[in-house]
Design a protein around this ligand. Structure first.
Ligand SMILES: NC(=O)c1ccc[n+]([C@@H]2O[C@H](COP(=O)([O-])OP(=O)(O)OC[C@H]3O[C@@H](n4cnc5c(N)ncnc54)[C@H](OP(=O)(O)O)[C@@H]3O)[C@@H](O)[C@H]2O)c1
Length: 275
């Protein structure tokens, strides 16, 4: 049964790589679309073969064949492949079609100009979308219809949480915080595991402990709704071990370094967007 909360639409993915597969899996699992309503344009024959046999969707070599019947297109290619797509699809889309781009750094004005198309939606997902735990921020041009907006919302919610913003300037902030963020967290997880080994734990034990500590702490902030500083204070007893550890982190400037890291990624995103 297809999810009837949102109007049924036909979907076309341009590019059948990692992110397209994650979104496709989410959309089909949540029954937001049926396999027969999805087409994919993908140059690699082995990917086409995999996607059609795994998901029962149509996979085409030519992107024009893939988008022919689509109501909504999802551009899931690398930024460097955009010029080819502009050449192939530019001026060939119907005005009633909408285009969703998940391409990092591609601005709505660039997409609109390159495709000669006005109905543009920009989504910034992150890698945990691959396991349905993503964080996506999205925005769209004013020409996008309410039906396309709702369909997009239902698609991005199948791979995690989503936040809509009506100003594109927030996309550079999302790039810096949630899209780059998994790398920061993975680095912290790696350091915690190495630290466990350093003090004498076997690596597999240190890994389990580090992962469950990060996961449990995140869940605790989410479920209690309390400020992280309150929850941190609950762990710290006067003159105890945690106070000793936190003191080292403060002295090393870890909280300030995290702010600097997000700000550096933000500035870089703005710079890349200016070409
Ligand atoms: N991965 C993430 O978590 C993440 C997060 C935020 C944003 N994004 C954005 O998502 C986009 C896709 O990333 P990804 O990790 O899914 O990349 P990917 O796995 O490399 O997928 C891109 C796919 O597009 C295919 N392709 C190349 N040229 C094409 C063309 N002209 N027409 C149709 N398909 C074409 C590629 O085939 P070949 O391999 O043969 O080139 C590949 O299968 C990127 O722009 C990235 O910035 C990704």
């Amino acid at each position: 049964m297809i999810n009837r909360d949102v109007p049924a639409m036909k979907l076309a993915f341009i590019g059948g790589g990692t992110m397209a597969e994650a979104i496709l899996r989410g959309v089909l699992d949540a029954q937001v679309a049926a396999p027969t309503d999805v087409a994919i344009g993908e140059p690699r024959p082995e990917r086409r073969q995999f996607l059609s046999s795994e998901f029962g969707v149509q996979a085409h070599q030519g992107n024009l064949d893939a988008v022919k019947e689509a109501d909504l297109l999802i551009l899931a290619i690398k930024p460097q492949d955009l010029p080819v797509i502009f050449q192939e699809l530019g001026e060939r889309l119907r005005p009633e079609q909408a285009v969703v781009s998940i391409i990092a750094g591609a601005k709505m004005s660039t997409l609109s100009k390159g495709l000669s198309h006005e109905s543009i939606i920009r989504v910034m997902p992150n890698t945990p979308a691959q396991i349905g735990q993503g964080m996506s921020m999205w925005t769209c041009s004013r020409q996008v219809s309410d039906q396309h907006r709702e369909f997009t919302r239902s698609i991005v919610s199948t791979v995690g949480k989503e936040i809509y913003v009506d100003d594109e300037k927030y996309m550079d902030m999302a790039t810096a915080l949630s899209a780059s963020g998994p790398a920061y967290v993975f680095m912290i997880i790696e350091a915690l595991i190495d630290a466990g080994v350093y003090v004498g734990l076997p690596r597999d034990m240190a890994r389990t402990m580090a992962l469950q500590t990060v996961y449990g702490s995140t869940q605790m902030v989410m479920e209690t709704g309390r400020h992280p500083a309150d929850l941190k204070d609950m762990v710290v007893s006067p003159g105890g071990t945690t106070a000793e550890g936190l003191q080292v982190l403060e002295r090393a400037g870890v909280p300030a370094a995290i702010v600097d890291a997000v700000n550096a990624a933000f500035q870089k995103s703005i710079k890349l967007g200016q070409g």
